[in-house]
Ligand binder design. Sequence first.
Ligand SMILES: NC(=O)c1ccc[n+]([C@@H]2O[C@H](COP(=O)([O-])OP(=O)(O)OC[C@H]3O[C@@H](n4cnc5c(N)ncnc54)[C@H](OP(=O)(O)O)[C@@H]3O)[C@@H](O)[C@H]2O)c1
Length: 320
Amino acid sequence: MNLTHPHPDLRERRSPEQDASPERDLFAVTAATSATGSAVVRALLDHGAPVLAVGRDRERLHPYAERGARTHVSPLDDEERLTAAVADATGAFVMLAPGFIPDSPDFQAYQRAVIAAQAQAVRNAYRHGRLRRVVTLSGWAANHPGASGPVWGLERLERAIDATGVPAVHLRAGWFMENLLPDIAAIRATGATGGLLPPDLPLPMVATSDIGRVAAEFLRGVRPFVPGPVEVTGPADRTLAEAVRLIGAAVGRTARYEVRTADDVRAALTAGGFSDHMADGTVAMTLDVAHGRIRMRRPAGTIVTTTTLEEFVRAAVTTS
Ligand SMILES: NC(=O)c1ccc[n+]([C@@H]2O[C@H](COP(=O)([O-])OP(=O)(O)OC[C@H]3O[C@@H](n4cnc5c(N)ncnc54)[C@H](OP(=O)(O)O)[C@@H]3O)[C@@H](O)[C@H]2O)c1
């Protein structure tokens, strides 16, 4: 996938202390208020690394400024403002966000604009600035050449960043544990949740906090930076049946999971405000997971993170 060769700077052997040196480094994090982007920012700040947090809303960036980060207001599809944001960065984390715009009439057009803007900002900073490395949030859907719906853009983002020539690691993360947050709310309210996915399908569940830590480690240079895609998954594949049992126990009710048909899911999505386009795409993406077209390949070098489903559910039930 990624055929770039390491930039000459990366061939130097540098100590982790040098990489974290405040005079030397600045790490730009786009979509800094997203679940994953915020985890990257936190992980960098926790190590005293200099951060430039980029988001569309100044107020929502304020907590990072309070922790010492520089902030920059830019929508993800604004090439000029993103270019200004990344201009001084030595490393950047880029991603497609949000995962869904429910009422979008053309989500691919939005993703195309975000990909173009991010790639142009990265290209400018690599050619004319100090940018040495990029980490992208991709996803396991990028393993499936026919991926469509909300995950259409992931592999395209990887390719666009690679085309800039910058050394880039693409995190092909598995199924976010955060996808369970609506299930927690539903089980609390009614004791039931459900969907298109079979309850006994093992899913590569991973916490976004762990993905953020991994991204920060690549940016800080404490993980060997080998450009190309790398899969990121949790400590074990888990099923929705297991998740629902754990959530039920944590909220103190017997919980059940109902398998729903594609038509029922689509109707529920449109009743909830999804455009026809987004509802169709979401159903198609979910069927790709249900039928194994979207799956992890687990090549050598796959990163296995530590947060267990039990830990995630316990924390999420307490805080949500
Ligand atoms: N879910 C999964 O299982 C999974 C697995 C692998 C990969 N992925 C990929 O991960 C990415 C999503 O990551 P995430 O869950 O961390 O992101 P997220 O939390 O869905 O993203 C929220 C971000 O998008 C911004 N945003 C919200 N609505 C917007 C709108 N209408 N227009 C422009 N920006 C908007 C938010 O800005 P404000 O804070 O200012 O509102 C916030 O920064 C997607 O590319 C997805 O394909 C997901």
